[in-house]
Design a protein around this ligand. Sequence first.
Ligand code: NAD
Length: 358
Amino acid sequence: MALVSLITGDGIGPEIADAAKRCVEATGADIQWDIVEAGSAVMEKCGSPLPQETIDSVLRNKVALKAPVTTPVGTGFRSINVHLRQSLDLYACVRPCKSRKGIESRYDDVDIVVVRENTEGLYAGVEFKEGEKETVELIDWLNAHNSKQIAKDSGISIKPLSIEGTERIVRYAFEYAKKNNRKKVTSVHKANIMKFSDGLWLEVSRRVAKDYPEIEFDDLIVDNMCQQLVMDPSRYDILVMPNLYGDIVSDLCAGLIGGPGVAQGANIGEKGAVFEATHGSAPTIAGQNIANPIALIFSAVMMLEHLEMREEAAKLEKGCNLVLAEGKSLTPDLAKDSSLAKGTKEMADAIIEKIKSL
Ligand code: NAD
């Protein structure tokens, strides 16, 4: 039996978490849920949108299925998601983007996995506010040590990329390729401009690639990558990249398969793994039984694979694919005829029915 933390989130979180939980249970997966909270509702109770109890639950169980949470604005709390990733050192963000029959999109042959470094780069959270004493001191120091002068009224965000951090994420991408029988890894960067951060990234990528001669390796500059993906995504397999590029390119790839509402994801590290949809808490449609649960359910497929429950994962994915292809029990965002759209609960019921029939 596996113990899994279920973070129910806020906004549409509780509705889609319930749908995903019921679908996972229908596969017969031997899972006991540890239901924990994060987000605005628990903030009122505990004074924090991410209680220590929730972090401890994930550290204890090492696996979590997480529904989206709203980032509180103007409370002094940074993003709960960033906080969770940093607290648990979930360094690898894995976002498979695959075309599926029944989901309208520009292409029908996308099968890309974006592997994003989650802890370093421009999202490391090392920032200096314009006008503050430390910022002025930093600018003075930088100006004294560099011929390129920074304006005194600048705000500064630091972009650290380390050998260790780069090596572990690039190695993760190659190991993922090996385990999942994928053929090619592309390292994405901007080494032509940022020679000491992205340049180091590229150098380390090339070095790690030598350990995996059976897997094809190439690299591409991030702007060219975006253009190539929009023109012909079928040429790409696994893409590995630093934090900011990963955030942007994974949304681009989600757009290629029908939008973030259908894109699954996982944040993985040595201490734990958190599986979650790409989309947010969609507060404007919360509580109306119209949110699409499919991205969280596909994230649960990844979770079952991670738990080595391969048969159950295959059943869950097949159940979802059958319901999508049939097109009769889809939420309004997916339904071709909106007058025939179904609710979150009804879509989950249809998936469960398919799973039971397998
Ligand atoms: P969002 O993804 O919540 O919504 C964007 C649009 O997509 C909205 O129109 C929404 O109604 C729609 N949408 C999203 N998910 C849907 C679903 N499952 N079914 C149907 N429609 C769906 O993005 P946002 O509005 O920028 O963010 C809202 C909140 O979510 C913010 O506080 C943001 O910080 C947070 N957020 C959380 C996560 C996470 O928890 N992993 C990720 C992204 C954003």
